[in-house]
Design a protein around this ligand. Structure first.
Ligand code: NAD
Length: 484
């Protein structure tokens, strides 16, 4: 079972559907105003919005904490990371997207060729609940910095975070609703996609991404899909095990395991497996989920989160896996205590399907080749991590991993590097947020040529001369052929 299969969310009281058509119409008007302001003014205003978010960070952290159940400290870090990205996007939009000259090449040397990036217009962003600010802002912030207006449909579990974010926009930039929020569940998301938006930025589960893509297909609306993961950590025999277990604890149990690029599987070389497990269990044993600031992490945000963990753990144990810390009884809804499993068959859900809870499967491998093969064996391909003191070897292994991002000797190392794009492969989605690719993701490339003078070799005409065709033929061979 995955969270998306769970009927639990549908038990929430019905809300009247928002008028997404009117919202998109207002966004359309705002997008023309915003695009017309130009790079410098948009930068100034995006940074003013950033200041407004920073100035209200304490209040926002409380809202995020209340909606998700994560400690306020975790929510504060989420805000800090988000603002780093927003700052980068605001300050780099011009450099990445402005029109620039490109070489025209030998045949078209009489043309001045330029490439520029233009905003799409209205971008719909549909977000998840686990990082209700950081994650959707990969699309919201970069789309706005690239000159678009945004209509944001947050998760039904975290509407207040989104509403606060849009109010911060209005405080900083009251003239036009460049950022608007519509709240509700999947039906509101579907209506928004069909309301004539120009691009969709979706973050959520792989199963929902397929429905979103089908809705986008109706009007050929382009989509960036940031989906789930089942990230593997690979531990080599020469790894610093203290470091590796620190990061396994952080990546596996932080945010109650509800991190798309959290660690769900560990492949550790057999010769150090026992030592790795002992250290990991010693550290994980000290963790306690709860509601106050001293808690290691909070509750399961999704009402069905504990059920998925229980099912995956039960299945792993039935199939011959061993629990070295916790087990089925660790699920004490809405909290789940840390669970460490080992010797779990590779086709069990706990190894192949996103669990999204504080569980780690630690399986032994004979060598690093086997580790890479197993890490690559799921449908997902979001992130991965490698622990080895030989960083050159780590980089060679990283190149072989099916993942959008790989960290060596840390986990989540890329999340705070605004210049690095983020996104998955395979079942983890396509397209990129963050970095220059993230700005281009929310822009259309527009090519332009200006004929500066008539070419001596005049090929762009119907009545080409025999002489010009003779020269063209000989150029074809001299430029592209192997004949001397
Ligand atoms: P989800 O797929 O259940 O929902 C995501 C969003 O889609 C929600 O806003 C939901 O209301 C909306 N939605 C649902 N059905 C829809 C439909 N038919 N049409 C349009 N919108 C619809 O995911 P979730 O439970 O909110 O989030 C958890 C998932 O998100 C996990 O799989 C996690 O790995 C993934 N995630 C991925 C990233 C990433 O960047 N790759 C980041 C965070 C979370």
């Amino acid at each position: 079972m995955t969270l998306t299969d769970s009927p639990k969310l549908q038990q929430q009281p019905e809300q009247p559907l928002p008028d997404v058509t009117a919202t998109v119409a207002a966004a359309r008007e705002a997008s023309a105003w915003w695009a017309g302001l130009g790079y410098a003014e948009r930068r100034r205003r995006t940074l003013a919005w950033k200041n407004a978010i920073a100035n209200g960070a304490e209040e926002l952290a409380e809202i995020i904490s209340r909606e998700t159940g994560k400690p306020v400290g975790d929510a504060t870090l989420e805000i800090m990371l988000t603002l780093g990205h927003l700052d980068w996007a605001a300050k780099h939009a011009r450099k990445v997207l402005k029109r620039r000259g490109v070489p025209a090449g030998a045949v078209a040397f009489n043309q001045k060729a330029t490439l520029g990036y233009e905003p799409y217009g209205v971008v719909a962003v549909i977000g998840p609940w686990n990082y209700p600010l950081y994650t959707p802002m990969g699309s919201v912030g970069y789309a706005i910095a690239a000159g678009n207006a945004v209509v944001f449909k947050p998760s039904e579990l975290t509407p207040d975070t989104a509403v606060w974010l849009a109010e911060a926009w209005t405080r900083a930039n009251p003239e036009q609703p460049v950022l608007q929020v519509v709240t509700g569940g999947g039906e509101v998301g579907g209506a928004l996609i069909r309301a004539g938006v120009d691009k969709v930025g979706f973050t959520g589960s792989t199963a929902t991404a397929k429905k979103v893509m089908a809705a986008c297909a109706e009007q050929l609306t382009p989509l960036v899909a940031e989906c789930g993961g089942k990230d593997a950590m690979i531990v080599a025999a020469d790894a610093n095990l203290d470091l590796a277990t620190d990061f396994a604890v952080f990546g596996g149990f932080g945010n109650s395991g509800q991190t798309c690029v959290g660690v769900e599987r560990v492949y550790v070389v057999e010769s150090v497996r026992r030592q790795f497990l002992d250290l990991l269990v010693e550290k994980a044993r000290t963790l306690a989920p709860g509601t106050d600031e001293s808690a290691s992490y909070g509750r399961m945000t999704h009402p069905a989160g504990g059920d998925v963990v229980r099912e995956h753990v039960q299945d792993a144990l039935t199939r011959g896996g061993t629990a070295v810390l916790g087990g089925v009884d660790s699920v004490k809804a809405p909290f789940v205590e840390p669970i460490v499993l080992t010797d779990v068959p590779e086709d069990a859900d706990a190894v192949c399907v996103e669990t999204f809870g504080p569980t780690l499967v630690v399986n032994g491998v004979a060598d690093l080749d086997e580790a890479v093969e197993k890490a690559n064996a799921t449908d997902y391909g979001l992130g991965a991590s490698i622990f080895t003191r030989n960083h050159k070897l780590g980089e060679r292994l990283a190149a072989r991993l099916k993942a959008g991002a790989v960290t060596i000797d840390s986990v989540l190392g890329f999340a705070g590097v605004a210049a690095l794009p983020f996104g998955g492969v395979g079942g983890s989605g396509f397209g990129r947020v963050h970095g220059p690719d993230g700005l281009r993701e929310f822009s259309r490339a527009k090519s332009m040529t200006v004929q500066r003078f008539k070419a001596p070799l005049d090929l762009l005409r119907i009545d080409r001369s025999e002489r010009d065709m003779k020269i063209a033929k000989s150029m074809l061979h001299s430029l592209h052929g192997s004949r001397k």
